[in-house]
Ligand binder design. Sequence first.
Ligand code: ATP
Length: 269
Amino acid sequence: PSAMREVILEVPKVNWEDVGGQSEVKTQLMEAIEWPQKHQDAFNRIGTRPPTGILMFGPPGCSKTLMARAVASEAGLNFLSVKGPELFSKWVGESEKAVRSLFAKARANAPSIIFFDEIDSLAVIRGKESDGVSVSDRVMSQLLVEMDGLHQRVDVTVIAATNRPDKIDSALLRPGRFDRLLYVGPPNHTDREEIFRIHLRKISCSSDISIKVLASLTEGFTGADISLTCREAAVVAIEECHDASEISMQHLRTAIRQMQPSEIHSYEE
Ligand code: ATP
């Protein structure tokens, strides 16, 4: 029972407007999670059920976590978040118990979302052990049992995220498990404009700032890179003048030059 005490239960406060771009993924999440909660009767009448598990994949820093939190927030669902590797490190010897109590906690706090970040970590050592069953095998089996057990209910949804879809165990992708796949890709020019607007909203900005130019200067940046750029620009401004009260285009240009944009790998959709 102690195993999952550390998993924090929250109702995130992230709105769809806090996510730049990704309109297709937002719609998919809304339809898969928000609608079934709001229009359960219609789903029952028509005789269809929403997905139990959704797998988001794509390069780091492109809003997988942010959108998982946003859909929970917008739909008013409790949110339980676990990183795959934590299941092995934090609860040594109690990994399967941790999975079991995570799902129990989600059911007790339904309607809810379980968010599994870095789900690929569960597969790393699976099957590689010669003698008997490895810890990750047992965790995986427990996860499959729990997923299959959710089949009858619409009020607990599991979202998993990975940067390495190629490492996902195919058993997880069978119908009734993580059978809805959503690609979360890097931002294009228009998306980057939106992301800059979002992150500059809370910062005092001089009137010379051009969002369009910023988007042009940041090809290859992820949303996380842009967020960091905006914070760095503030540091640049304060470095330059301790009395600074706003950031200028020059500060942002300097911050952009200093950034090493994340290397974005290509992903097969
Ligand atoms: P990882 O695979 O590393 O977990 P991720 O895809 O889950 O990455 P997030 O954690 O959601 O990425 O993004 C990190 C931060 O970058 C967010 O908290 C947010 O501040 C910013 N960010 C990323 N994408 C966007 C976006 N589309 N709009 C606004 N902010 C963004």
